[in-house]
Every structure is written in structure tokens, then in C-alpha cells.
Design a protein around this ligand. Structure first.
Ligand SMILES: Cc1cc2nc3c(=O)[nH]c(=O)nc-3n(C[C@H](O)[C@H](O)[C@H](O)COP(=O)(O)OP(=O)(O)OC[C@H]3O[C@@H](n4cnc5c(N)ncnc54)[C@H](O)[C@@H]3O)c2cc1C
Length: 467
């Protein structure tokens, strides 16, 4: 396999240019290592470019639980007037909204700052390994095949491609084959805040609010709707079993969905992102034909929903359809089994671990078919620790995973898959790879965790406290 192809060498190779891969590559390069970032698609940033809110950066109390590379990305967005800000959903979480068009530039600026080499349009198709040690990654693009050798590899492919090709064990979806649905985000501009928020305030029974004891804090739906109104941001979630959506789904005006989630993307364009479409056929994300087949359905759902909003939702009367996310969103594929498996109990119990390298704070969020969705809050508005061992695939010495293919149960992944913790895990993996090389360590498990934690703290990561 490795004969007759070109060769290249880097210190660290990161597979996958989504939220976790961007952070991993930036961190490895920031810590002095020659780093390659391999991405099959044409853009770097993954779902950071879709218009969705960045969840899991803050806990429900509004405290930042992630920092470092994510701060650098947000700061770049702010400089380009593309930072909307932290927002409270008065339902379960606080999140951060940015302009996804500006984020495209922010991602490239941060990667460029540290000298990461990006190879887009490039698919990883095989590994060359020797026992538990990966020697090289075989990638293919229009220029042909290349064997990229490196000391350390970080799998941020979402699907755990590299780790699986190297022999790591994994799990996929639920035991009965259930997988979270595929979705396509879209944006609408020229949305008027005041009528939208007044409608929300006056129709609290249609809203998804106060779903955790911490956030409800004894308040009625009407009081929480008033908080949304006072916040002044076009951030409103309509629930499927509330009067606004229920009838529309029954009448066939809208495809069945758990929620319509509206969140801001640009103040200047009066633009929001809408998260609502879904195809729940348990399609495996690696099945390119299966995923591609859903595109027409998803687009028709997008169009149907945008027309519905214009017809029915105050504030949207003169709104314009403003664009689609760059790709179909895949929530769930493989979970690589590592030295520790993050669980539901870890997350909802806001459990702390001595080898914490990242935090999560988003509720366990498992979208299902029809109008169903599992949502379980993190205890007491706090955060849980993600142990370093969740990044260490069993049986592999010089490979780490980060992002949604971390080592977790389905429920653990259902919270840690958010972009905040994905970036934090990526930063930890990139930093760890660089430190292993600096210290000439034979494998990643030899890295003293205290030293890694100290370096992460020095570089802005949040790994202590925050409830
Ligand atoms: C519909 C949807 C809604 C969501 N809503 C939110 C939200 O509101 N807020 C939030 O914070 N999170 C949300 N999430 C979750 C979050 O966006 C993702 O879990 C997270 O972005 C995953 O990041 P990642 O880097 O782990 O993986 P991905 O973003 O999946 O990135 C993996 C990258 O690796 C590349 N790749 C994979 N295999 C190969 C290969 N063999 N060769 C080359 N390249 C490869 C892919 O092209 C991809 O770009 C949502 C996800 C979806 C799908």
C-alpha cells in the first residue's frame, strides 16, 4: 500500500478539520510542532460554519467552561464584527453566537497564526501501523496518494476513521441501531426582533423554557418568556407540543420535529439560524450514498419551514431565506473506546476527575425520530470533567481522538459532542502531542497528566472548578 506513493513527514497529523480538528492542529502548532491538518471537504471549521450556536462553552450559570483556542477564534470573530455574544436560552443552557461567514475567516487566521499546514480536498483512506503504533496515514487527493508519517496522530474525523483503521475498538449508535437524525441548518435575514420577542413573551405555552430545575428556579413559563423578551436577542425555541407548532405539524404544514430553534448569527444582517430539519432513518454517517439521498428531503424541509415562518411567525414577515449550512449535519457515528468511557452519570452528576483536560456543560441531547428528543440537564447548572483517558483509544500508543468520536457511552457523547467541548478536547490532544514529542516519550500514556494540565491552564483552557 505504501509503495509507489509520495511521502511527507510532519510531527503531528490531525485528521478532520471540524471544531475539534481546528483546535487540535492550532494547539499542536502553537506548542511548536510542525502540524498537518487533513480535511476531506473544501472548508475548515466544520459545524462552526453552519450558523448554529456554539454550545458547551458556558455552563447554565453563564460561566465560561472552555477557553484557549476557542477564545482565539471568538476574538477573531469579534475583531471582524462577527461576534453576537453569549446568550441564555432560559431552557437549559447558555451559548455563544457568531457570524458563520466571519468564522470561516477566523478559523483560517488562527491556523495561519501558528503555521498549521492545511490539506483540504484530501481523504484519509488507510494507515500504516506496527502493533499499537501508527507510522503513517495514507491520504488521497487530486494530486495522488501520499503516505504522511508523523510521531503522533490525532483523530478528529468525527467518525474515528483513523483510530478504527489502526484497530481501535468502537461502538456505533444504540444497540438497536438507532442513530441521531441528519439535519440541515439554514439562515434567514431581515428578521425583526421586537415582534418575534413580543410573540414569544405573549405565547409562553409554545416555548421550550425552564427544562432544568436550575434554570426554572421556581419561575413560570410566562416569567421565563419575559426573560427572553428582556434579553433582546432573537433566540427563541418553539416546542413541538406547544400550540404554535403542534397544529402545523398535524396539518402537514411542517415536517415533524422536536423543536424549531431560532438563534442569531448576524446583528448587521438581522439574521438568524434555524435548527429544525431532520431525517431520522438511522443512516450511518459514513454511508455517503445514504447521506446524499437525504439532501433533497432536507432542502424541502428547509424551504417548507422558511415559508411557514414567513407566513406564521411575527418578525419574519419580510424575512429572506439567506443560506444553507455548507453540509448535511451528522450528529452521531462511531464512538472510539478508550481508557475511560464518559457516561451519563459523569455528565448529569457534574462529576470531576483528577485527569480533567476539558469540560462539558451542555445537557445530554439525543435527537430521535418524529417529535422525540432526549434532553437531560447537567446537575445544578454546573459542568463535568472530560478525563484525558477519554482521548486515548485502547490498544494504540501514539493516537488520540478528540471531538464527537471521543470515548463515551451514547449519552456521554450526547453532551460532549457540542462544539465547546470538541474544541477543548482538540486543544488538549494537540497540546499533549506536542509535549510528548518535546519529551521524546515513547507513547502518549507516559505524559505526566499534571504537566499537561499545567500547560493547558497556561494557555487559557478551563479545567478547574466552574461548579
Ligand atoms: C445538525 C446538528 C446540530 C448541532 N447543533 C449544535 C449546536 O447547536 N451547538 C453545538 O455546539 N453543537 C451542535 N452540534 C454538534 C457539533 O456541531 C458537532 O458534534 C461537532 O461540531 C463535531 O465536531 P468534530 O470536530 O468532532 O467533528 P466534525 O465536525 O464531524 O468534523 C470532522 C471532520 O473530519 C472530516 N473527515 C472525516 N473523515 C475523514 C477522512 N477519512 N478523511 C478526511 N477528512 C475526514 C470531515 O469532513 C469533517 O469535516 C450539532 C451537530 C449537528 C450535526
Amino acid at each position: 500500500m505504501a509503495q509507489g506513493i509520495r511521502q511527507a513527514h510532519f510531527d503531528v497529523v490531525v485528521l478532520g478539520g471540524g471544531a475539534s480538528g481546528v483546535a487540535a492542529a492550532a494547539a499542536a502548532a502553537k506548542n511548536g510542532r510542525k502540524t498537518l491538518l487533513v480535511e476531506a471537504g473544501s472548508m475548515l471549521g466544520g459545524e462552526l460554519l453552519s450558523g448554529m450556536s456554539i454550545d458547551g462553552l458556558l455552563n447554565a450559570r453563564g460561566e465560561y467552561v472552555c477557553g484557549g483556542i476557542s477564545d482565539e477564534l471568538l476574538e477573531e470573530c469579534r475583531r471582524m464584527n462577527g461576534f453576537v455574544g453569549p446568550i441564555h436560552d432560559f431552557r437549559l443552557i447558555c451559548y455563544v453566537c457568531v457570524d458563520p461567514e466571519v468564522m470561516k475567516i477566523a478559523v483560517m487566521r488562527v491556523l495561519e497564526r501558528y503555521g498549521v499546514t492545511p490539506w483540504m480536498y484530501t481523504l484519509a483512506e488507510d494507515v500504516v501501523s506496527d502493533g499499537g503504533r501508527v507510522k503513517g496515514l495514507v491520504v488521497v487527493n487530486k494530486g495522488g496518494r501520499t503516505l504522511v508519517t508523523a510521531d503522533y496522530f490525532i483523530d478528529c474525523s468525527g467518525d474515528g476513521d483513523l483510530a478504527v483503521m489502526a484497530g481501535a475498538p468502537y461502538e456505533l449508535g444504540a444497540p438497536d441501531g438507532e442513530l441521531q437524525p441528519l439535519s440541515l441548518m439554514f439562515r434567514m435575514s431581515n428578521v425583526e426582533n421586537e415582534p418575534l420577542l413580543a410573540f414569544a413573551r405573549d405565547n409562553p405555552e409554545s416555548l421550550a423554557v425552564g427544562e432544568s430545575d436550575y434554570i426554572r428556579a421556581g419561575r413560570t413559563d410566562a416569567q421565563l418568556a419575559m426573560e427572553l423578551y428582556k434579553q433582546g436577542q432573537p433566540s427563541v425555541f418553539f416546542k413541538s407540543d406547544g400550540p404554535f407548532l403542534e397544529g402545523a405539524i398535524e396539518r402537514g404544514e411542517l415536517a415533524p420535529t422536536a423543536l424549531i430553534m431560532i438563534m442569531p448569527t448576524s446583528v448587521a444582517r438581522k439574521e438568524v439560524c434555524v435548527n429544525t430539519t431532520r431525517v431520522a432513518e438511522n443512516i450511518v454517517g459514513m454511508d455517503a450514498a445514504g447521506v446524499s439521498r437525504t439532501m433533497t428531503t432536507l432542502m424541502e424541509q428547509v424551504w417548507g419551514c422558511s415559508e411557514f415562518l414567513k407566513r406564521k411567525l411575527p418578525g419574519f414577515e419580510n424575512a429572506q431565506f439567506a443560506g444553507l449550512a455548507p453540509r448535511i449535519g451528522i450528529r452521531e457515528t462511531r464512538r472510539i473506546m478508550g481508557d475511560y468511557v464518559l457516561t451519563l452519570e459523569d455528565a448529569v452528576g457534574a462529576k470531576k476527575h483528577p485527569d480533567c483536560i476539558a469540560k462539558g456543560a451542555h445537557h445530554v441531547d439525543i435527537h430521535q425520530d418524529g417529535v422525540r428528543q432526549v434532553r437531560i440537564a447537567i446537575g445544578n447548572g454546573g459542568s463535568y470533567d472530560i478525563p484525558f483517558q477519554c482521548l486515548l483509544p485502547r490498544q494504540l500508543d501514539n493516537v488520540m481522538v478528540a471531538g464527537r468520536c471521543l470515548s463515551a457511552t451514547r449519552e456521554g457523547m450526547g453532551t460532549a459532542r457540542m462544539m465547546g467541548p470538541c474544541m477543548a478536547m482538540g486543544q488538549a490532544a494537540g497540546t499533549a502531542a506536542a509535549m510528548c514529542i518535546d519529551k521524546a516519550l515513547p507513547d502518549v500514556r507516559s505524559l505526566p497528566i499534571r504537566e499537561l494540565q499545567q500547560r493547558l491552564r497556561e494557555q487559557g483552557a478551563v479545567i478547574d472548578g466552574v461548579h
